[in-house]
Design a protein around this ligand. Structure first.
Ligand code: GRF
Length: 220
């Protein structure tokens, strides 16, 4: 493994797909005052474009292909073994399309965050953009939350809103939401690296104070 600059929190990113959120985080991490270091990317898809982005950025990568394992537990155990080698302070799920087992989630409690393309608690799971359109929502968006045992159900740190236009389709909405994700994830990862955001017993602490509602980035 490469020698890393000392003392900055160690960020490990997990992705499955194109990795645009990974790219946003890589770009942010190049800012001089960024308070963390991305140490590696892990992927469950050997052909994920995220791997190429990471290679271009000179990041270490590893692949744990879920198809090589007979059960979720075995896959998670292998993934966990890889992750532990890197001793991360923060594990950032950036389009990581696997449901993680309770054991995995508990092992990394408070260190594991995810981005989800809806204004949680609305629309956990898949097809969020179409579901927002079908419901006639005027506002849609993305949320970043701590990962807990409940799928897309952990405490929400921050949301970014997107105004839904009458002509929007699931595709145009997805594009708009992703642009917001690329703004929001680096902001939240900064806060996490700075220790400003922490997971308390059952709620989030922001600057040491209990946070009642997630931070919201309104559409501009
Ligand atoms: C994002 O839209 C995120 O909300 C969801 O998966 C997508 C990943 O996109 N969890 P990318 O791989 O970062 O481009």
């Amino acid at each position: 493994m490469k020698a890393d600059p000392p003392n900055l929190p160690r960020i490990l990113i997990l992705a499955s797909g194109s990795g645009t959120n990974l790219q946003a985080l890589i770009d942010a991490s190049r800012e001089r005052d960024f308070p963390g270091q991305i140490i590696a990317l892990g992927c469950n898809q050997p052909k994920a474009f995220a791997l190429e982005r990471a290679a271009q950025a000179n990041l270490e990568t590893f692949v744990v292909n879920h198809k090589d394992f007979g059960s979720r537990e075995e896959f998670d155990a292998a993934l966990m073994a890889y992750i532990l080698r890197y001793n991360p302070d923060l594990i950032v799920l950036a389009g990581f399309m696997r449901i993680l087992t309770t054991g995995f989630v508990r092992a990394f409690r408070g260190k594991l965050v995810n981005i989800h393309p809806s204004l949680l608690p609305l629309y956990t799971g898949l097809n969020t953009h179409q579901r927002a359109l079908d419901a006639g929502d005027k506002t849609h968006g993305a949320s970043i939350h701590f990962v807990t045992e409940e799928l897309d159900g952990g405490p929400v740190i921050a949301k970014a809103e997107v105004a839904v236009a009458p002509e929007d389709t699931a595709e145009t909405l997805a594009e708009k939401v992703q642009k917001k994700e690329h703004l929001l994830y680096p902001i939240v990862v900064r806060w996490l690296c700075e220790g400003r955001v922490q997971l308390g017993r059952d709620h989030i602490l922001f600057d040491g104070q209990s946070m009642d509602t997630p931070v919201c980035l309104p559409d501009s």
